[in-house]
Design a protein around this ligand. Structure first.
Ligand SMILES: N[C@@H](CCC(=O)N[C@@H](CS)C(=O)NCC(=O)O)C(=O)O
Length: 217
């Protein structure tokens, strides 16, 4: 049985979920929090990070969302989450890497301040911190993405790819915090995101998130 460990509101867990769901791979979700102290979780994820993925053929659970998605692509090649052309595949992996790092740092932080603090009862939103992220930290990242997206439906090539899942999952958490790129300043990025949110696999995943956004109230 395929098991995915980690709460679905984690952007990295969501990226793997989107890949599993797009490829129509059956799996069981084990919705553990990062740093869960149980010995069972530590045996699966020694560093305490989510996601982790296990199946019957792996000698030990896989960690790191990009590694898990790459494994899923090799094991279940169709539908592919990578473009066939080498240069497009490289761009796709670069965008995934950028989304997982630079983009994540300016979206996860607003999600933490505005959503996670409330869900986890971890104090009040630091509104000055949020203002700083929105005014100073997000714009250069959004500017860069605006230059990187093809003027087309998807970030790279003609089909949805891991680049789209990686970018979408970070922006989804910012959206849940009520923060989205201004369409006047970032028109290509904004319209790209609105299209992604309508893709059935992404739209369904966002629907599944909704009960979780109030679960801890
Ligand atoms: N690069 C990793 C990032 C995973 C990650 O940082 N997950 C967060 C939750 S969204 C986590 O487990 N944080 C706990 C920690 O860093 O100790 C991936 O793509 O899987």
């Amino acid at each position: 049985m395929n098991s995915l460990y980690g709460i679905p509101l984690s952007p990295f867990v969501r990226k793997v979920m989107l890949t599993l769901e797009y490829k129509r791979i059956d799996f069981t979700s084990q919705p553990l929090f990062p740093r869960d102290p149980s010995p069972e979780f530590r045996a699966i994820s020694p560093l305490g990070k989510i996601p982790a993925f296990a199946d019957a053929t792996l000698a030990q659970p896989l960690l790191e969302s990009a590694v898990i998605c790459d494994y899923l692509e090799c094991r279940y090649p169709q539908p592919s989450i990578y473009p066939a052309l080498p240069e497009q595949r490289a761009q796709c992996l670069w965008l995934q890497s950028y989304a997982d790092t630079s983009l994540m740092s300016v979206t996860a932080s607003v999600f933490f301040e505005i959503v996670a603090r409330r869900l986890l009862r971890k104090g009040d939103t630091d509104t000055a911190r949020v203002a700083q992220i929105v005014a100073a930290e997000q714009p250069p990242v959004f500017d860069y993405l605006e230059t990187q997206l093809a003027p087309a439906e998807f970030a790279v090539g003609t089909e949805v790819s891991i680049a789209d899942f990686a970018i979408a999952t970070q922006f989804i958490n910012a959206k849940y915090a009520g923060i989205e790129p201004n369409p006047q300043r970032w028109p290509r990025l904004s319209s790209y995101l609105q299209r992604l949110y309508q893709l059935p696999v992404i739209n369904a995943r966002m629907g599944a998130d909704q009960p979780l956004l109030i679960a801890y109230d």
